[in-house]
Design a protein around this ligand. Structure first.
Ligand code: NDP
Length: 292
């Protein structure tokens, strides 16, 4: 790559469109057999961003022909009532996917609720059983944002095997599972976090950088190795309301082979992989596998 060139955009919107088109075919085939996939979302309280996320998820389901139901519970709902709802959804054969929108209001404990979800319906891939399966390299439902990140890297035909990958952030939601997915694909993976001593040096060695921190432009363009693939998971809101990622975009793009924009990179892929997981769960529960 010459200095006049810049890295290609890993366009999450375009890839999401393509994958949703492919999923539509899968869904139509299931519906034709009388097996409409169904996602049930549990929303507790009035948190405005959560309301928006849930509405987006519901709309995306409807557009594709996935049956979607939202269970709205009051902020004051007791833990026992929420847990009973999850038990009921586990028993309901029409429900393929169960998603509890986080964060829960104060006074409710998310952990036991998530652990109650039937792992076969755990479309967020956050149940300990599914986390364990991922760690053991066994099949199971996997978290949506890491899956979306991998799909973006694959979209340019990049060969992950043998490459050095640096994951910045070690949350159960993003950092840890994406590191496992990279390891499964034979990358040599380094995980960085808030106690990492020289983040610039770590990132500087990476052929693949995944940034999932939640700190605006923490990863500087000057750190990026020439020809690296950069996936920016971060979503941070500036004072003027605009969104910015965890990576300094413009400087990084000058060095990168490919890079995700924020917004329009990982974000659209996260919902797409939720739809994918719902259809996958529907098929697995009926003993088939997804062809997409
Ligand atoms: P968490 O807050 O759970 O984890 C952040 C991680 O970043 C922690 O492991 C923390 O380290 C690490 N970290 C914090 N400061 C530094 C630092 N200075 N240097 C290196 N590492 C640091 O965040 P999430 O994983 O849930 O989310 C990360 C970002 O991704 C957020 O911006 C979030 O909004 C976004 N996101 C985007 C999604 C999408 O669809 N695009 C989906 C999910 C999340 P330590 O463990 O040591 O504290």
């Amino acid at each position: 790559m010459t200095s006049a060139e810049q890295g290609v955009l890993l366009d999450g919107k375009a890839l999401a469109r393509k994958m949703r088109g492919e999923l539509r075919g899968e869904i139509e085939a299931l519906v034709a057999q009388g097996l409409t996939p169904g996602l049930d979302v549990v929303l507790v309280g009035e948190d405005p961003p959560s309301q928006i996320y849930v509405r987006n998820k519901q709309r995306s389901c409807e557009r594709l022909g996935i049956r979607s139901r939202v269970h709205r519970l009051e902020t004051t709902t007791p833990q026992s009532e929420l847990e009973q709802l999850i038990r009921d959804l586990n028993q309901d054969d029409e429900v393929d996917g169960i998603l509890v929108q986080l964060p829960l209001p104060k006074g409710l404990d998310a952990k036991p609720v998530l652990e109650l979800i039937d792992p076969a319906k755990d479309v967020d891939g956050l149940h300990l059983i599914n986390q364990g399966r991922l760690l053991a390299g066994e099949e199971g439902l996997q978290p949506c944002t890491p899956l979306g990140s991998m799909a973006l890297i694959d979209s340019i035909g990049y060969d992950i095997s043998g490459k050095k990958a640096v994951v910045v952030g070690r949350s159960n939601l993003v950092g840890k599972p994406v590191a496992q997915l990279l390891l499964q694909r034979n990358a040599t993976v380094t995980m960085c976090h808030s106690r990492t001593q020289d983040l610039a040096a770590e990132v500087g060695q990476a052929d693949i950088v995944i940034a999932a921190v939640g700190y605006p432009e923490l990863v500087k363009g000057s750190w990026i190795k020439e020809g690296a693939v950069v996936v920016d998971v971060g979503i941070n809101r500036r004072d003027d309301g605009s969104l910015v990622g965890d990576v300094e975009f413009e400087e990084s793009q000058k060095r990168a082979l490919a890079i995700t924009p924020v917004p329009g990179g990982v974000g659209p892929m996260t919902i797409t992989m939720l739809l994918y997981n719902t259809v996958d769960a529907a098929k697995r529960r009926r003993g088939a596998h997804l062809n997409v």
